[in-house]
Design a protein around this ligand. Structure first.
Ligand SMILES: [Ca+2]
Length: 264
């Protein structure tokens, strides 16, 4: 063996010894860590036992899921055949995207009103329709499913039995929440300039549970009742209106999603 080779072997031996010493030291430290972590006894392998992940807790999203399951998920493409479960006319995500709206209030300039789709406020954090109301007296808005064009547009609802939608009401406290006795939904039709409006329906009469609890609720309004108003044409429905009235100053938001006509 040459001097150079012998030096290299010694160097390697020294390096190997140092490496083994470091390894033993590290394994000693590792063993301590392993003991603390309740690991398997193998010197340099470790299976860290993580605590189980917490189970997802019920929240608004779960409520939304439940409501959406009840609302169903049929799309605008579904035709209004007899026997079909429902016809989705607006969900903000796929159905009814040509819709446009209006909002107004009585006591200007103190009052405020708006109606527009907004991302994340619908069922399952989808796009939802948001109606904002601040002030007293009358505050209302309408959602025209065709954006008012063409002027004779309309959905033939004569084969359906109910108008169904998901609704959620939000306010900072009870005194600012809408008066449920004056929270009204109605439909408009397109084939007359005036008087083409359905019967007014009190939303709270068609909701299970407390409409002011901040959760989503399903509203199912019978078309037989809506259609009772003289002059209303159920074969040319093109707008859904929401009206509120209160003697007191109010400040609340109404969220709406998954508007559909149902054959039941
Ligand atoms: Ca939606």
């Amino acid at each position: 063996m040459t001097q150079s080779a012998e030096g290299s072997r010694l160097l390697n031996d020294d390096t190997g010894s140092a490496s083994r010493r470091r390894s033993r030291k590290m394994c000693g430290l590792t063993s301590l860590v392993l003991l603390l972590l309740d690991c398997t006894p193998a010197p340099c392998t470790c299976i860290i036992k993580f605590p189980p992940l917490p189970t997802a807790q019920p929240c608004t999203a779960t409520t939304s899921d439940a409501v959406r399951d009840r609302v169903g998920s049929s799309g605008l493409g579904q035709t209004a055949n007899i026997g079909s479960a429902s016809k989705m006319i607006w969900d903000g995500d796929a159905a009814g995207l040509t819709a446009k709206g209006w909002a107004d209030c009585e006591k200007k300039p103190q009052c405020k009103s708006s109606l527009a789709p907004q991302a994340g406020v619908g069922l399952k954090a989808s796009v939802g329709l948001k109606f904002r109301a601040e002030g007293e007296g009358w505050i209302g808005g309408g959602w025209n499913l065709f954006g008012w064009w063409p002027t004779d547009a309309g959905i033939d609802t004569s084969e359906f039995k109910s108008l169904r939608l998901a609704i959620r009401i939000e306010s900072k406290d009870k005194t600012l929440a809408p008066d449920l006795g004056a929270l009204i939904v109605s439909l408009k039709c397109s084939n007359k300039k005036d008087g083409c409006q359905s019967q007014n329906m009190k939303v709270a009469d068609y909701v299970e549970g407390n409409l002011l609890d901040g959760n989503w609720h399903v509203v199912k309004l019978p078309l037989a009742e809506l259609n009772k108003k003289e002059g209303f044409d159920p074969r040319k429905v093109w707008e859904i209106d929401l009206n509120t009235w209160s003697r007191m100053t109010k400040d609340f938001s109404v969220y709406i999603d998954d508007i559909a006509f149902e054959s039941e």
